[in-house]
Design a protein around this ligand. Structure first.
Ligand code: CP
Length: 315
């Protein structure tokens, strides 16, 4: 898939951005750049994963991640199976370990897992013989989201080094924020987090980020404004007074965006709550990269699957 020899990826699994080196991250982004070219051709099919079996095991809902992993696997020639957890024996009380052992017995080559609990994907990776990709585990990590965000930024700004990135909103419940903080800092960006104190994790400063509770102050001179979804399904109490109040102080609208640099770009991992964390005209506006993020998602997942393929046994 890649043009020229890609740098080797030394890991059997992709469980998080944490633990990856800058050259490893940049190598995946370079592979993904090549995958964008493939995805824009009429003939998109490659043979990198021909004969391989990929299982997508999603314990939480997903539109973008699951469908892009499916497309990525198919474009690389894999047989892809989407496990429907809603109609599986998980609903009859089967444990994650038993589910993993059952799937492992079917000899898959790659399992892509999303789970509501932080650490569940690491546990599963210890119980199977194949490669495992973390497609989001609780509020812990979402590594392919961070990679697709980095790819989108690099292609639009020409660099990541030295950019000022603001990650705004519900940082507390966000695996996207955590993976992006690690990834963007590894690539040389300066990262701010902005949100109400109730939605910022205690001790977030230890990650080396600047912290703002006033969005208007935090957005000043930013190159990238990355909005996060208000994750009400993960909240077990009242973290914001009301959605209306939240939008007033932390929703991205034209007035607040005007405080960032004039060429600032707007991102959102999706799914979006329009009128809650982002105004519709900003989400669909000229500065928005949100649709392009989705396209980059397929390319990044092709890059990750290809990188892991080099570790699959050939005998
Ligand atoms: N960004 C993201 O993970 O979206 P999905 O939940 O639709 O996969």
């Amino acid at each position: 898939m890649t043009h020229g020899a890609p740098p080797s990826f030394p890991h059997r699994h992709l469980l998080g951005i944490e633990g990856l080196t800058r050259p490893e991250i940049e190598g995946l982004l370079d592979r993904a750049d090549a995958a964008v070219d493939i995805s824009r051709q009429i003939e998109k099919k490659r043979v990198t994963l021909r004969g391989r079996t990929q299982i997508n095991l999603f314990f939480e809902p997903s539109t973008r991640t699951q469908s892009s992993f499916e497309l990525a696997g198919k474009r690389l020639g894999a047989d892809v199976m989407n496990m429907s957890v809603a109609s599986s024996s998980v609903k009859k009380g089967e444990t994650l370990i038993d589910t993993a052992a059952t799937l492992n017995a079917m000899r898959p080559d790659i399992i892509v897992v999303r789970h509501q609990s932080a650490g569940a994907v690491h546990l599963l990776a210890r119980k199977v013989d194949c490669s495992v990709v973390n497609a989001g585990d609780g509020a812990h990590e979402h590594p392919t989201q961070a990679l697709l965000d980095a790819l989108t930024i690099r292609r639009n700004k020409g660099r990541i080094e030295g950019l000022q990135v603001a990650i705004c909103g519900d940082v507390l419940h966000s695996r996207v924020a955590r993976s992006n903080i690690i990834s963007l800092q590894a690539l040389g960006a300066r990262v701010r987090v902005i949100g109400p104190s109730t939605l910022l994790p205690a001790g977030i400063e230890r990650f080396g980020v600047e912290v703002f509770t006033n969005m208007r102050e935090g957005l000043r001179d930013c190159d990238i404004v990355m909005m996060l979804r208000l994750q009400r399904e993960r909240m077990n109490g009242s973290f914001v007074p009301s959605v209306k109040e939240y939008f007033r102080y932390y929703g991205l609208d034209g007035d607040k965006l005007a405080l960032a640099k004039p060429d600032a770009l707007v991102m959102h991992p999706g799914p979006m709550n329009r009128g809650v964390e982002i105004a519709s005209d900003i989400a669909d506006g000229a500065q928005s990269l949100i649709r392009e993020q989705v396209e980059m998602g397929v390319a990044v997942r092709m890059a990750v699957l290809e990188a892991l393929a080099s570790h699959l046994p050939n005998e």
